[in-house]
Design a protein around this ligand. Sequence first.
Ligand SMILES: Nc1ncnc2c1ncn2[C@@H]1O[C@H](COP(=O)(O)OP(=O)(O)OP(=O)(O)O)[C@@H](O)[C@H]1O
Length: 273
Amino acid sequence: MNQTATAKPAAAAKLDTPAIELDNVSCRFITADGNVTVALRDFSMSVARGEFVAVVGPTGCGKSTTLSLITGLLKPTIGEVRVMGEPVNGIDPRIGFVFQNDAVFPWRSVRDNVAAGPLFRGKPKDQAYELANEWIRRVGLDKFGDHYPHQLSGGMRKRVALAQTFINSPEILLMDEPFSALDMQTRTLMQDELLQLWSAHSGSVVFVTHDLEEAIALADKVYVLTARPATLKSTYQIDLPRPRVMEEVRYEQRFIDISRKIWSDLREEVQIK
Ligand SMILES: Nc1ncnc2c1ncn2[C@@H]1O[C@H](COP(=O)(O)OP(=O)(O)OP(=O)(O)O)[C@@H](O)[C@H]1O
C-alpha cells in the first residue's frame, strides 16, 4: 500500500480527533467504611470538536463523575479518558467549567471576577480588563461591573460565571446543572445566552442535567445513562435545526417526539430503586 497517498496530513488528522473520549471507563469509589460504589461501568462517550453533548440519567448514577474524569480530578479504575487525543493528565487550561454553585469570588467586583482568568494566565492588566469589559458587555452586565456578587440576582451571577468562563476561550466547556437553581424564565434566558455564546465560540460542550427538555433543546447529542452503576443506555442525535430559540423549540412536534422517545428510556431507569 502506498502510505504517502493515503496518510492524512498530521494537522488534519488532529482535527478529526474527538475533543473528548471516554473509552470503556469504569469508576469505583471505596468509602472510608470500606463500602464500594461503582459510579460508572464500561462507559464510552465521544464528543466531537464543536459538538454540544448533554448527559442525562437518574440521580446519583454517575453524571458528575464523567465530568470529574474529563477534568482529571478523578482517574478511571478501568479504561482511558482522552482530551484532544491525549490521555488526561492533570488540569488542562483548555477546559472551562460552569457548575450549579457559582464559582465567583464574593469579595471581588464583577469586573475583577471576570478579569481573574486572563490575569491568572499572565495577560497584562490593561488587556485583561479591556477583555473583561468586553465580556461584561456581551453578557449584558455593563451597568454592574463595579457591583459585588451579593448585589446581583441569581441570573446575573450566572452571567458573570459565563463571562468568567468564556473569556478564557475554552476549547471544552463542562457544565454540571448550571441553571438548575434558577427560576424557569431566567433559566430559559440563560439557555438562549449559552447557545449564542457557544455558536459564536465553537468549542465542545458536555452539559449534565436532570432536565430532559433542557438537554434536548440545547444539545446535538444526548447520552442517557442507566441507574447506578451507570452504563450507557442509549444515545440520541438531536436533529432539530439551529439556531434554536428556547421558548419556541419545545413546542415543535419534532421536539415532542424526541422527548417522548428519550423519556421512555429514562423512565425505566428512574423507576429502578
Ligand atoms: N469521591 C467520592 N467518594 C465516594 N463516592 C462517590 C464520590 N463521588 C461520587 N460518589 C458516588 O458515586 C455515585 C455517582 O455520583 P455522581 O455525583 O457522579 O452522580 P450524579 O449522577 O451526578 O448525581 P446527581 O444526579 O444526584 O447529581 C454516587 O453514589 C456518589 O455518592
